[in-house]
Design a protein around this ligand. Structure first.
Ligand code: TXA
Ligand code: MG
Length: 323
């Protein structure tokens, strides 16, 4: 079933009010957050949430993040709020998702049948305005078709979801560019399930000890189904190499992502990435979309240091290379 997709400016209060009405009536609204664009529906309306899964082609066992405008709204979705969760809520609004024990009001389809619910308060002014105007919790995965890089501009959303989403709110490029950090706070020690826009260092400075999910921990992996699914599946083959090694890998069907300038005589496309990790994170998904173009068979990516945002960047690059 095809719908007419409207694109409205995210900084227009009238557009926010109309988009909130679309959500209240069970429609789908893509909206900017500080991390990536989200594909939103009323989180407590099971039929509306089912439309999200259909629009994305998302596996039904992958739970959604519920977005709210205030901590009280988050508490109302949880059966209990552990002390570490209260502490970490001080980092809201921001690129942090907390996995809490789920309250009965949250439908099964939203949490993919899990006994927990993932919640966050985004920092983007348009996202907050939309959540306030709508007055309901909004379930929103990244607004890409399943398997594509997350969208960091309204154009990316349009390319993936034109004809299946009712409204796209265009707020320009996202500031962070990587998805939120997902932290399970139902355990004795909080555990990072997905590295993201809030660094491990920042988390530890606020809450102390934090574990990081290991691929060897099968019990924990089973609780975060998104980690089992293939996320970024570029058509081209993605190869990771150490910094300085891409220059030797040139060719007609090659594209390179590097923090160093293109060497003289290099054959192929060369995408100069920002030298700082914040800038790199912001540019990453757009660069992957742009370089995964006809004629490009291999994308050679020089790795970045695994500190701060570099952990999340490395995670996304490894997933892109896994295919
Ligand atoms: O920055 C973000 O997090 C963006 C914006 C739109 O907020 N959203 C986003 O959603 O990236 P999505 O659906 O693409 O990724 C959600 C991740 C998945 O890995 C999913 O498995 C995990 O969060 N997740 C959701 N609910 C969970 C739960 N109850 N327990 C464990 N993991 C959960
Ligand atoms: Mg996603």
């Amino acid at each position: 079933m095809s719908v007419r997709t409207e694109v409205w400016p995210a900084d227009d209060p009238a557009a926010i009010a109309r988009a909130a009405e679309v959500l209240r009536r069970g429609g789908l609204v893509a909206f900017p957050t500080e991390t990536v664009y989200g594909l939103g529906a009323d989180a407590l309306d099971a039929a509306a949430v089912r439309r999200i899964f259909a629009a994305k082609g998302r596996p039904a066992d992958n739970p959604l993040i519920v977005h709210v405008a205030a901590p009280e709204q988050a508490r109302a979705l949880a059966r209990a709020v552990p002390p570490a969760a209260e502490t970490l809520m001080s980092l809201w609004p921001g690129p942090l998702t907390l996995v809490l024990p789920r309250a009965a009001v949250v439908p099964d389809v939203t949490t993919a049948g899990q006994d927990t619910v993932a919640v966050r308060i985004p920092k983007h002014p348009a996202a907050l305005a939309l959540l306030r105007a709508c007055g309901r919790p909004v379930a929103a995965p990244s607004a890409n078709r399943s398997g594509r890089p997350s969208p960091t501009t309204a154009e990316h959303v349009h390319a993936d979801l034109d004809g299946v989403v009712d409204v796209i709110l265009d707020g320009g490029p996202c500031a962070v560019g990587l998805e939120s950090t997902v932290v399970d706070v139902t355990r004795a020690t909080p555990m990072v399930l997905r590295a993201g826009g809030l660094s491990l260092e920042a988390l530890r400075s606020v809450v102390g000890a934090v574990d990081v999910l290991s691929g060897q921990d099968h019990e924990a992996m089973s609780r975060s189904p998104g980690l089992r699914h293939r996320h970024y599946a570029p058509r081209a083959r993605v190869v990771l190499v150490a910094p300085g090694q891409a220059a030797a890998r040139g060719g007609e069907a090659v594209a390179v992502m590097s923090q160093s300038p293109c060497p003289p005589g290099f054959v192929g496309r060369w995408r100069l990435m920002p030298g700082d990790l914040e800038g790199y994170a912001q540019a990453l998904f757009g660069a992957l979309r742009e370089l995964d173009a006809p004629g490009v068979e291999t994308i050679v990516v020089e790795t970045v240091p695994e500190v701060g945002l570099g952990r999340a960047i490395t995670d996304r690059l490894r997933r892109a290379a896994e295919g």
